[in-house]
Design a protein around this ligand. Structure first.
Ligand SMILES: [Zn+2]
Length: 303
């Protein structure tokens, strides 16, 4: 962990930023976060990265994390270097908001021990197209994750549809879910969802509408970004075929991590069952129906 020393120029840039974000916008913001609130968010992001590594979902530099905070955040004490930054996509609805994000090429498992080397914060400017990248002196990346376009567009869409003080996204590459998405039959939302909800009672409770599946699209592409925005309107977790998953939550990183764990565990059962020649039937439609009525989940096409 590097020593964090506020620099004079950061406060200058910070004051320019202050003047550019209109006072109206600041008044609309739901909160002001001080350095200790920021520490909590950084710890939570770092823990999520560690957990993704622990379950084998972020080998090497795979995976990325972000949280969009509808808040004025006191960044200078922790991330004192502030540079102008051109956003990869226009997100005017996020003007004034702060996005904490993992750095391009960084390992998620290392964020916990060295957060300031591996993450930064982007403050979205008033036009939604330019902003400022805040980092620490020991920062080891040049720009945010290469999937930042998808992160920003999904944050914007979700914040517009259901305004929230925070919105979290995790992209990870859990092995069993990703393996299933290499099989053509599983590249279908209804089929994959039906196969997975049968392994544990928790699965239908956590994914009452199922898990969305997208076809393979180039990582970091506009097509993947656009498809993710649409699919995450319906599903809290989506599979990027032959690549990995993206999970969203307005309840924090712990919830997004839980979603990935539940889905990946169900996928592990499914892979076991495939390997063993489909010897288990899993929860029957009738048993799933009983779970659904006990937890207030509508009867539906998944069972
Ligand atoms: Zn990836």
């Amino acid at each position: 962990m590097c020593e964090v020393i506020p620099l004079l120029d950061s406060s200058l840039v910070g004051s320019i930023l202050e003047s550019k974000i209109s006072s109206d916008r600041k008044n609309q913001m739901s909160q002001t976060l001080n350095r200790f609130d920021l520490d909590d968010w950084i710890a939570s992001l770092a823990e999520a990265g560690w957990r993704m590594a622990e379950i084998g979902a972020s080998e090497g530099a795979a995976g990325n994390l972000s949280v969009c905070l509808d808040a004025h955040v006191e960044l200078a004490p922790r991330l004192p270097i502030c540079k102008p930054y051109n956003l990869p996509v226009a997100v005017p609805a996020l003007a004034g908001m702060t996005v904490l994000v993992s750095g391009s090429g960084r390992r998620l498992r290392e964020v916990k021990q060295a957060p300031y080397e591996n993450l930064g914060a982007v403050v979205i400017g008033p036009d939604g197209l330019n902003g400022w990248l805040h980092t620490a002196a020991c920062c080891r990346f040049v720009r945010p994750t290469s999937e930042f376009n998808s992160h920003l567009m999904v944050h914007q869409d979700q914040m517009k549809r259901s305004p929230s003080s925070s919105h979290v996204l995790i992209h990870a590459q859990p092995v069993n879910l990703t393996y299933l998405s290499h099989l053509e039959v599983y590249q279908d939302t209804t089929y994959l969802s039906r196969q997975l909800v049968r392994w544990q009672p928790e699965t239908i409770i956590n994914f009452p509408r199922g898990i969305g599946v997208l076809p393979f699209q180039m990582p970091g592409s506009e097509a993947l970004m656009a498809a993710s925005v649409m699919a995450l309107r319906d599903y809290a977790l989506i599979v990027w075929s032959k690549h990995g998953v993206m999970a969203r939550s307005a309840s924090g990183f712990e919830h997004a991590v839980d979603l990935i764990e539940y889905a990946e565990t169900a996928a592990r059962y499914e892979v076991y069952n495939l390997v063993l020649g489909n010897r288990a039937t899993g929860l029957t439609p009738d048993e799933l129906g009983q779970i659904a009525s006990a937890f207030g989940i509508p009867q539906q096409h998944l069972f």
